[in-house]
Every structure is written in structure tokens, then in C-alpha cells.
Design a protein around this ligand. Structure first.
Ligand code: ZN
Length: 617
């Protein structure tokens, strides 16, 4: 587990605005330190995604996504907390300190780290076998497929020997943990009679690398015609096939090393296609892993590039895969991305095509890719019962378009449809809207909305302190003074102790390094975590307002003063009432004078009637 102080340090040194920009989110200035953009978490035409440089948080008013930079990476790049922090640290060239793991809570992260190490070790061992004497047959097979030694190195391709106990630790008793881990990772299997054996045998092994360059799974291909041709690691702790794309890491690295933007990515069916394409210089191919393409994978692609070409074989299976990709991408397509569909001649897959015809011919195919619009209408008109039935075409098209967000693309598709089926565009639009009401609209993930929180004075100050900690620092002494006075007078005010602790925490921090995000982070794992997080997200000031930071501290001081004065007043009133019942002691009299003096100082005159309305400060 990463130490808290380190996490805070990383967050403090990171500017969320930079990170979002690096993720291709087009931020526009919307105030002194506010930015807005079309939300990366839901499709929209007008921006409702706000980012605050002061608070170092983002907040979407459309889908309610919100959080700090770590949360952003967790949600957007689908990283774990640890991975998100490590990514940010790497970006800052900071070395992540390795803590001795204590307690149960840390065990998970600890074993994850070991999982990656174990997988890497497997990959390296397989690779060794391939390049050694027992790998001759596999090497021959790869050479016959035209795979060069460079490609083998680049993808760290290996060979799982034809053995039932290659991965199994020799000394089963001393290496019980290792055996357990290999079982959990799906590298070993256990038979009904508890016999443990290797999952992959006599296969060419292709390590599947995640976006951080770690081996998370394997794809194994037979050398002959045995079935199954391909065998993939099962779903497990570090591998969720629907979230990963084979080749993406290599594609990103290649572009990075060549200082190039990823102008496009192509998705192909198999990972041997990716390997072959890459070898021939097509450094932008990715493949899903033994599943049809998922929405998560498409989102991952669009986060890295603005252009995607779905490149499939020209046979029925290829068309089926392409159509599936089209239907699932419609709900997430924003206008900023561009999609094409390319089909190779039916007798080819990308692997065989590029080997036979080379990169240039392959890229010619990509250049000739159909647009999404072309493919959509061509597929629909060839896949309907009666090719001339325009009503059927309109019906099928509308049910697809109904899943799309309101985009310029949708408008242009509607126009196109209206010319194709010779129906009035407005009528089509009415039907589309009706379908949207009845059919399942693209579901946006909304967080459960809690009932609005009543903003008590103490909560108000907690919010200010969390969101504008630097203001607390600027007027720190005055604020702490007031809080201490209030606590001296009345220890029972709910939340005041939390406020006092929070302010002391803020005052101890370096001013440049404190932000709402770092406060939220500091409370992570404590009982107050949820509460502080909630307060961090409450807007006290309207977004449009240019917030004068001086006013924030004035606001806070006046709230504190009000509490203090009210408290003095309440005490004065109760002492006055007591004085009507009995004679006050000298001490009590002194106290009453003190309270009255205090209230007088603020209100001008003491109000000692309990029912009278309190004047406003
Ligand atoms: Zn949103």
C-alpha cells in the first residue's frame, strides 16, 4: 500500500487540468480558475463538465461524475487506486515508496503486485524455452508464419513446452504460496482428484500486456490443428478480457517513442493479426481477446485516438463482428470521433493479407474504408427481408438511431435516412423521439443521488475549509482564534471538533500543496472519508461567479463570529433567567457581564430577550 503522505504529495504536485488535457479533453476557460468541456463520461453537445484548478476537482452536472485527479484516472482509464497513483507519480518522476504491508487491508495490493511478478516470470520462462533447444518446433512454426526474431522479442513471445508440470514449483511444500498464486492466475489447474497441472501445454505463448506494461494474461496458440486453436487465460483478479485490448500498449509505446500522435487505431479479430501487422509496420493495430468487441474496449480506443477503423475479414463472420461493433458503439459516439469499416477480401485475414501484399496494399484497404454512415445503410438494406421495402428500412434504422446521443452525426444520419426512404425528416424525428421514450435509452451511469444536505453554519465552514484551504491558511490565525473561543465556550457544537482538526491539518501544510483533493485524500480510509468527500462536492458559490478568495475567508470569519456571538448571547440569556430565580454568584455575574460585553461589541446593544429576533451580523 502506498503511504498516505505520498498520495497527498502526488496529488498536490499534479494539476488536474494538465492531466485532463493530456487525456485529450478539450478544456475551455470558464472563469478565473474554472474550465469546462464536453463530459468524457457521457455523450453531450454542450459542456456540463467543469474542472476547478483551485479545488483540483472535476464535476459533471449531466451525469454527476465527480472527483479528484486520482478518481479521474480510476474512472477514465479504468485503473485501480494504486495504479492511478503510480501513474501520476511516474508522470512526475517520483518514485513510489514501498511500504511494509501491514494489516489485512493492504494484502490485496500486495498480492496484486506479486501476481504481476509471477506472470512476468512465466512470460520470461516461456520465452526462454522458445529461444532454447526445446523450442525448436515452436520456433519453426513461427518462422513458417513469417514471424521474425525482432517481433518475437518485441512481443516477448514464448513457448509452453509439452509438459504437465513445467510451471509447477519443484518443491511443492516450500512453494505452496507460489502454487496457490499460479492457480489463482489460471496458469495451473486442479483436476477433480486434486492433481495440479499446467493450463498451457505445447502452445506458442503470447503475453497480454496491460496499459502499464505488465503481463496480465496469456494467449496460447497450438502449433498444429488441435482444438481449441487459441486458449486464453481465464478471467481473474488481474485480467478482465472485456477491458483490455491486445496490442494497445505496444501501439501507444511506439507512438510515444516516435513522438507521434495516435492518428488512428484499427481493431482486428485476432492477436496474431496484430503481431503480423506490427511486424510489417502497421503500428496501430489492436485486437480484443477472444470475445466480441465490448463498449469498454471501444471507449478505451476513443480515449487514445479520434479515428477508429474496424478491420475485419470479408466473410460472414467478419461482417457479423463489424455489425456488432457498430451497434454497440452508437450510444457512445461523440462527434469528435470518426469511425470507418474496412473489409478484406473473403479469403484473407489481416495476417495473411499483409504477409502476401505488404503494408502499402493493406493501408490502401484502410483508406478505402466505408464511413459509419455508408456501412450502416449498406448493411441495413442488404439485411432486410424485402430490399425495396423502405418502411422496413426506416423502421430498422430508427431503432438503431434511437440509441444514439444527440449529436450532429445523428442529425446527419436522419437527413440521410429521410432521402433514402423518401420520408419527411420531421416525421422521422418524431418517430425517433417516440422510440427513445419507449425503448431503452442509452443508459448513463448515474450515481445514487443523496437527499440535499442542510447547510448548517458548521457544515458551511467545513465546506469552505475543504474547498478553499489556502484561504484558511491566509487568515489562519484569526480563524483558529475564533474556533478556540467557540470551543472554550461550548464544546457541544456538532462538527466543530472536526473543523478544528481540519484547520489545524490545513495550517500545517505547505500552501502550494494543499487542495480539496489532497484533503479528501488525507481522510481516505478514515470514518470521515465519505462525509468529507460529500462536502467537497457541494457548491456554495455559483459556478459562474468569479470567486474572490478574500471573500471566502471573510465568509468563514463572519460565520464563526456569528456562532460565537450567538453562543455568548444564549449564555447571557440563560444567566439572566437564572438571575430571576436566584441571586447570581460573583463568578456568574462576571460571566454575564463578559457575555453582554461581547454581544454588545458585535450587535451594538445586547439583546437579552430570548424571544426577540436576533439582529443579523
Ligand atoms: Zn457527464
Amino acid at each position: 500500500m502506498i503511504p498516505h503522505e505520498f498520495v497527498s504529495e502526488v496529488i498536490a504536485r499534479t494539476d488536474i487540468v494538465d492531466v485532463l488535457t493530456e487525456h485529450n479533453i478539450q478544456l475551455k476557460q470558464a472563469g478565473r480558475a474554472e474550465f469546462k468541456a464536453c463530459c468524457p463520461f457521457h455523450s453531450e453537445k454542450t459542456p456540463s463538465f467543469y474542472v476547478s484548478r483551485d479545488k483540483q476537482v472535476y464535476n459533471c452536472f449531466g451525469c454527476k461524475a465527480k472527483g479528484n485527479v486520482v478518481k479521474f484516472l480510476q474512472e477514465y482509464d479504468k485503473l485501480s487506486f494504486t495504479d492511478a497513483v503510480e501513474t501520476l507519480a511516474e508522470r512526475l518522476n517520483m518514485e513510489v515508496p514501498k511500504n511494509n504491508f501491514s494489516k489485512d487491508k493492504n494484502r490485496e495490493t500486495a498480492s496484486y503486485r506479486t501476481y504481476y511478478e509471477v506472470m512476468k516470470e512465466c512470460a520470461d520462462r516461456y520465452h526462454q524455452v522458445l529461444t532454447g533447444s526445446s523450442g525448436t518446433a515452436a520456433m519453426e512454426y513461427l518462422t513458417n508464419r513469417g514471424i521474425t526474431p525482432e517481433t518475437i522479442e518485441r512481443f516477448n513471445i514464448g513457448y509452453a513446452p509439452d509438459q504437465w508440470n513445467f510451471l509447477q514449483p519443484r518443491n511443492e511444500n516450500s512453494d505452496r504460496t507460489k502454487t496457490e498464486q499460479l492457480l489463482e492466475l489460471g496458469m495451473l489447474k486442479k483436476s477433480m482428484d486434486n492433481h495440479i497441472y499446467d493450463m498451457f501445454r505445447h502452445r506458442v505463448m503470447i503475453p497480454i500486456i496491460d496499459r502499464r506494461g505488465r503481463v496480465i494474461a496469456f494467449g496460447g496458440r497450438v502449433l498444429n490443428n488441435d482444438q481449441p486453436k487459441y486458449l486464453n487465460s481465464p478471467e481473474m483478479a488481474i485480467f478482465h478480457k472485456g477491458n483490455e485490448l491486445f496490442g494497445l500498449y505496444q501501439a501507444i509505446e511506439w507512438h510515444k517513442n516516435n513522438r507521434l500522435e495516435i492518428s488512428k487505431l484499427i481493431i482486428v479479430e485476432g492477436y496474431m493479426d496484430v503481431v503480423a501487422l506490427t511486424q510489417y509496420g502497421v503500428n496501430y493495430a489492436v485486437a480484443s481477446l477472444g470475445t466480441s468487441t465490448t463498449v469498454d474496449q471501444l471507449q478505451l480506443i476513443f480515449r487514445n485516438t479520434k479515428r477508429l477503423i474496424c478491420c475485419y475479414d470479408g466473410d460472414a463472420a467478419g461482417h457479423k463482428a463489424a455489425w456488432h461493433a457498430l451497434t454497440i458503439m452508437l450510444p457512445i459516439l461523440s462527434d469528435s470521433v470518426d469511425v470507418g469499416f474496412a473489409f478484406l477480401p473473403p479469403e484473407h485475414d489481416p495476417d495473411s493479407f499483409v504477409r502476401e501484399n505488404g503494408r502499402e496494399k493493406f493501408e490502401e484497404y484502410l483508406d478505402k474504408a466505408m464511413t459509419l454512415e455508408q456501412y450502416l445503410f449498406s448493411y441495413l438494406s442488404t439485411h432486410q427481408a424485402n430490399r425495396n421495402n423502405t418502411a422496413e428500412l426506416a423502421d430498422n434504422a430508427l431503432s438503431l438511431l434511437a440509441s444514439m446521443p444527440d449529436t450532429v452525426r445523428l442529425e446527419s444520419l436522419l437527413t440521410k435516412l429521410s432521402t433514402k426512404v423518401l420520408m419527411d425528416r420531421e416525421k422521422l424525428l418524431v418517430q425517433l423521439k417516440r422510440r427513445r421514450t419507449y425503448s431503452q435509452r442509452p443508459v448513463e451511469i448515474r450515481q445514487e443521488e443523496d437527499p440535499p444536505l442542510e447547510i448548517t453554519p458548521v457544515r458551511r465552514m467545513l465546506i469552505l475549509a475543504i474547498q478553499y484551504p489556502s484561504c484558511v491558511q491566509a487568515n489562519g490565525k484569526a480563524i483558529v482564534d475564533l474556533i478556540n473561543q467557540i470551543i472554550d465556550l461550548n464544546k457541544d457544537i456538532k462538527g466543530l471538533d472536526v473543523l478544528a482538526k481540519l484547520i489545524n491539518f490545513i495550517l500545517k501544510r505547505d500552501s502550494g500543496r494543499i487542495s480539496a483533493a489532497s484533503i479528501v485524500e488525507a481522510y481516505a480510509g478514515t470514518p470521515l472519508e465519505k462525509w468529507i468527500g460529500k462536502l467537497a462536492g457541494i457548491e456554495l458559490y455559483s459556478r459562474a461567479m468569479n470567486i474572490d478568495l478574500n471573500n471566502v475567508s471573510k465568509d468563514m470569519i463572519s460565520t464563526l463570529t456569528r456562532i460565537l456571538v450567538d453562543d455568548h448571547q444564549t449564555r447571557a440569556i440563560s444567566l439572566r433567567q437564572l438571575s430571576m430565580e436566584r441571586k447570581l454568584t460573583d463568578e456568574e455575574l462576571l460571566e454575564l457581564t463578559e457575555h453582554i460585553r461581547f454581544v454588545k461589541k458585535y450587535y451594538g446593544k445586547p439583546i437579552l430577550d430570548a424571544d426577540a429576533e436576533k439582529p443579523k451580523v
